[in-house]
Design a protein around this ligand. Structure first.
Ligand code: AMP
Ligand code: GLY
Length: 397
């Protein structure tokens, strides 16, 4: 089988890594990929938002499957454009991707499906959450506990120039549950937790995601089937009923409140960096799932994975730190950890930073504590000027 993975971050490196381990893929390609992906796949300089060029590349390579990583192209209809050209795709149509692309649409689907989420408030009053309706790369959500925070949030939300709404502020631990879906059929992957804030103790601004781990002490893998049944499947059936069946990865961001699980958001693609902690735990091959063979849930190892993101100087305020040499990647990998590339480039054969989140170090172990130790041991061997990472990931688990 020949597979083309679209995207260039740590999530896509994890997907390529998982596909390269399984027996089913004998020829892997990526567009545009990154230097880490290039060790496992042939990278092509085609951007993820260039639908026409991706279609031509897929036809030229005669790929059996295209796996789309990021949400932007999916919401913009990449999967439709490829399917129209006869190319098999893992990733939803634009109509189904609205579950991530429009918060209003997602709420409407959840209401119709009877799935619990934060209540929309008729008037914005603290405590509440303001949310922009469309894709905002993690920058469209404002938690408002005070009138001052609400004032500032209203200002920022208006500046974004998108419709927005206010909703109930929920409290509790979060978890991510991914389901591989083909219309009304779906299987769950093991639950994971991500860390969105930049600083230790969940302080500072939100980021694209600074770390993740799996399994969770408070939501065992064995809970996944029931969550799938009560949250993902009703939504998948509702999307199919509306004539837009979802084929791809349906990601539920959930909060475990005192009143039970509530949906915070749905995404239409693999989460980053949860994917980096989930895929190493799969014992069965990823490819059949992506091809729609959903006969049963995949075999999952009892072992754990902890992913720590190494970010560039000034991230997330700025993500333009490029060209700084990176040292120690081989030494980190020699410890047995997986070192996935998120924002790297090669300059004259030297590995350098390419902005934002640079590397994801995935520690593996028989339990979360061992995986955490492995991740931090490997991370300590890597260095680049300005490098920073959270030190409290999966602590006391
Ligand atoms: P989202 O972009 O929807 O993933 O939201 C980003 C983060 O904002 C989530 O991971 C939560 O931590 C937080 N958040 C979003 N909606 C709510 C809510 N209704 N109550 C509490 N926290 C929320
Ligand atoms: N881990 C958050 C996201 O992928 O949106």
């Amino acid at each position: 089988m020949r597979v083309l993975v679209v995207g260039s971050g740590g999530r896509e490196h994890a997907l390529v890594w998982a596909l390269s381990r399984g027996g089913g893929v004998d020829d892997l390609h990526a567009a545009p990929g990154n230097p880490g992906i290039a060790a496992l796949a042939t990278c092509h300089p085609v951007r993820a938002d260039d639908h026409a060029a991706l279609g031509s590349l897929a036809l030229e390579l005669r790929v059996d499957l295209v796996v789309v990583g990021p949400e932007g192209p999916l919401v913009a209809g990449l999967a439709d454009d490829l399917r129209r050209r006869g190319i098999a795709v893992f990733g939803p149509s634009a109509a189904a991707a609205r579950i991530e692309g429009s918060k209003t649409f997602a709420k409407d689907v959840m209401d119709a499906a009877g799935v619990a989420t934060a209540r929309t408030l008729p008037v914005a009053q603290p405590p509440c959450v303001l949310k922009a309706d469309g894709l905002a790369s993690g920058k469209g959500v404002w938690i408002c506990r005070t009138q001052e925070e609400l004032g500032a949030a209203l200002h920022s939300a208006e500046a974004l120039g998108q419709p927005f709404h206010a909703e109930e502020l929920l409290e509790g631990p979060e978890l991510s549950l991914f389901a591989v879906a083909a219309g009304g059929l779906a299987v769950a992957l093991p639950p994971a937790r991500d860390y969105k804030r930049i600083g230790d103790g969940d302080t500072g601004p939100n980021t694209g995601g600074m770390a993740s781990f799996s399994p969770l002490p408070d939501v065992p893998d064995s809970d996944a089937a029931e969550i799938l049944e009560t949250i993902h499947l009703p939504v998948l059936r509702e999307l199919a009923r509306r004539g837009s069946p979802f084929h791809g990865l349906l990601y539920a961001g959930l909060m475990r409140t005192e009143d039970g699980l509530r949906v915070i958001e749905f995404n239409c693609r693999f989460g980053d960096p949860e994917t980096q902690s989930i895929l190493p735990r799969l014992e069965s091959d990823l490819l059949p799932l992506l091809l729609g063979d959903l006969a049963g849930p995949p075999a999952v190892s009892a072992g754990a994975a902890v992913t720590v993101v190494l970010a560039a100087r000034d991230y997330p305020a700025r993500s333009d730190d490029r060209g700084t040499p990176i040292e120690g990647v081989d030494a980190a990998a020699a410890t047995g950890a997986l070192v996935l590339h998120a924002g790297t480039a090669l300059h004259d054969g030297t590995l350098v930073t390419n902005g934002g989140r640079i590397l994801d170090v995935v520690g593996l172990g028989e339990n979360v504590t061992a995986a955490r130790t492995a991740a931090y041991d490997a991370a300590s061997r890597i260095d680049f000027a300005g490098m920073h990472y959270r030190t409290d990931i999966a602590a006391n688990v």
